[in-house]
Write a protein that binds this ligand. Structure first.
Ligand SMILES: Nc1ncnc2c1ncn2[C@@H]1O[C@H](COP(=O)(O)OP(=O)(O)OP(=O)(O)O)[C@@H](O)[C@H]1O
Ligand SMILES: [Mg+2]
Length: 242
């Protein structure tokens, strides 16, 4: 029997989703390989957040979603998380009156106690800056440190794929780099990342592949090594590419 290519970690096909009668996404196909960083770009209102919510089961959807060789098309958000697909939602806020440590414990709700202690330490190891403040109230952290905590909360469950929806929103360039550098370290550790980002150059510098979404459809898929990518992306944003 011929040996077929391994299945990608995430395989989305013919995905459609929206809000009530409003259809936002139609016919979306997307794949992510194990340990790959994929950027999802597109203008405001293109449907990037809607796509992440549909994949993680936070929104009703039709179409097919396979993850880790399993069909999760009808899985609940909880089942999706348990399968190893974790979504840090857009504008995620930490609990400012709780300590850094307690925010992480909360993110691991339901995990076995011993596993939880180990996995909280692992998540903190990604961000020495907030590890040093584990006993401090999250409200005393800077904006960038709170974003790091939000990403760390996603890591507590040891995801195989972490979906980050604009983790750098509202941060200064230096802090953006610090938050985004976590994605590169995650890839080194074998975790795949789907990154929604408004800062196109930074996203392209980090990612292995890119998708552009416009008006609810994927209008471009490319390796970030392609030389004419900025021009192609510009055409995709303005509706002249296929
Ligand atoms: N709760 C909602 N109810 C109705 N329509 C919504 C809702 N949330 C988003 N939409 C609409 O769905 C479309 C896609 O929105 P979405 O938030 O997915 O875009 P986005 O690409 O994430 O934009 P941004 O870059 O601004 O975050 C937009 O037209 C938006 O107005
Ligand atoms: Mg969004």
């Amino acid at each position: 029997m011929p040996i077929s290519a391994p299945e990608p970690l995430l395989q989305v096909s013919g995905l459609a989703a929206g809000y009530g009668k409003i259809i936002v996404l139609e016919g979306v196909d997307l794949t992510i390989g194990a340990g790959e960083i994929v950027a999802l770009l597109g203008p405001n209102g293109a449907g990037k957040t809607t796509l992440l919510k549909a994949v993680s089961g936070l929104l009703p959807r039709t179409g097919k979603v396979r993850f880790g060789g399993r069909d999760i098309s009808t899985a609940s958000p909880r089942e999706t998380v348990n399968a190893g697909l974790v979504h840090v939602v857009e504008g995620h806020r930490v609990f400012t009156s709780l300590t850094v440590f307690d925010n992480l414990l909360l993110a691991g709700y339901g995990l076995d106690r011993n596993a939880l202690a180990i996995q909280v330490d692992e998540a903190l190891a990604f961000f020495p800056e907030i590890a040093a403040k584990r006993a401090d109230k999250a409200g005393s952290l800077s904006g960038g440190q709170q974003q790091m905590l939000a990403v760390a909360q996603g890591l507590v469950r040891r995801p195989r794929l972490l979906m980050l929806d604009e983790p750098s929103a509202g941060l200064s360039p230096v802090l953006v780099d610090r938050v985004l550098s976590a994605a590169a370290r995650l890839r080194d550790a074998g975790t795949a990342v789907l990154l929604v980002e408004q800062l196109i150059e930074k996203a392209l510098a980090l990612a292995d592949r890119v998708y552009a979404l416009a008006r609810g459809s994927i209008v471009l898929e490319a390796s970030t090594k392609e030389a004419d990518l900025p021009a192609r992306l510009e055409r995709a944003y303005f509706g002249q590419d296929h």
